[in-house]
Design a protein around this ligand. Structure first.
Ligand code: HPA
Length: 273
């Protein structure tokens, strides 16, 4: 069985369980799972039920695909995602997004917890991702191209849809939420960065740093999805503050930032045409 056949098999399973395939999928990052509680008329699938789906191993990430109504719009919410540092291959990391492409889902909202590399981005801030930097050599598109989804060499000039970003800014303004915008720098982890790496990332143009999102966005872009990325700044990068970076802080601050994230995402979904 090849990768596309595995994806098609998982997508068939999901389609058989849900009568309606939504236009939106929302991926929840570390500590941001609370958005799922806002959904009405939910129907839940455990990742473990879905053929070929990997299962998450990180604390703070549950493994559930939820379908529900958010402000009157049907959405999928992925509570729990797969990180490269957990030992998954890139194909496994992006498997759920490829299932969403196969199901015809058009829009992706991806959230994550991130460390700040620039004092203008403080813990508790929300940052719209304008662009990303990935210097890591592996890519989810490495290997035989799946022509069914997109071309061998895909364009990356607007990976985080300008149109969706404009809408996000309008929604943030209406809700009086301070929404920054900047560049997400991808590191594979699982170690947090050294102080020298944080200085290098800053010099290279990153504003925040994190260990997720970019593989998923590459694949979503390859398949023609519109993507909106929101980073929740959970801590200052190593060396910017005297404090050590720890997962507990990331989860705690992620939950606090989630208080603004939830109404923002609701507003964006309800106003997106
Ligand atoms: N570095 C990398 N990933 C992260 C961080 C960080 O400081 N905080 C949350 N995710």
């Amino acid at each position: 069985m090849n990768e596309l056949e595995r994806i098609a098999s998982a997508a068939d399973y999901i389609r058989a369980k849900y009568e309606q395939i939504p236009d939106f999928v929302i991926v929840l990052g570390s500590g941001l799972g609370g958005l799922a509680d806002q959904l009405k008329n939910t129907k839940v699938l455990d990742y473990s039920e879905i053929p070929y789906f990997p299962e998450p191993t990180v604390e703070g990430h549950q493994g559930r695909l939820i379908s529900g109504d958010l402000k009157g719009k049907r959405v999928f919410v992925m509570q729990g995602r797969f990180h490269y540092y957990e030992g998954y291959s890139m194909d496994q990391v992006v498997f759920p997004i490829r299932c969403m492409l196969q199901l015809g889902v058009k829009n992706l909202i991806v959230t994550n917890a991130a460390g700040s590399v620039d004092v203008a981005y403080q813990p508790g801030d929300l940052m719209l991702i304008r662009d990303h930097i990935k210097l890591h050599g592996d890519s989810p598109l490495r290997g035989p191209n799946i022509d069914h989804f997109g071309p061998r060499f895909n364009d990356m000039s607007d990976p985080y849809s300008q149109k969706m970003r404009n809408l996000a800014h309008q929604c943030a303004e209406k809700l009086n939420i301070n929404l920054k915008e900047g560049v997400y720098f991808y590191m594979t982890g699982p170690s947090y960065e050294t102080a020298s790496e944080i200085r290098a990332i800053h010099l290279l143009g990153g504003h925040v740093v994190g260990m997720s999102t970019v593989p998923e966005v590459i694949v979503a872009t390859h398949g023609g999805m519109a993507v909106l990325g929101i980073a929740c700044v959970t801590n200052l990068g190593t060396g910017i503050s005297e404090l050590k970076v720890g997962h507990d802080e990331v989860i705690r601050t992620g939950k606090a930032a989630g208080e603004n994230l939830i109404p923002l995402v609701e507003e964006i979904v309800s106003r997106w045409e």
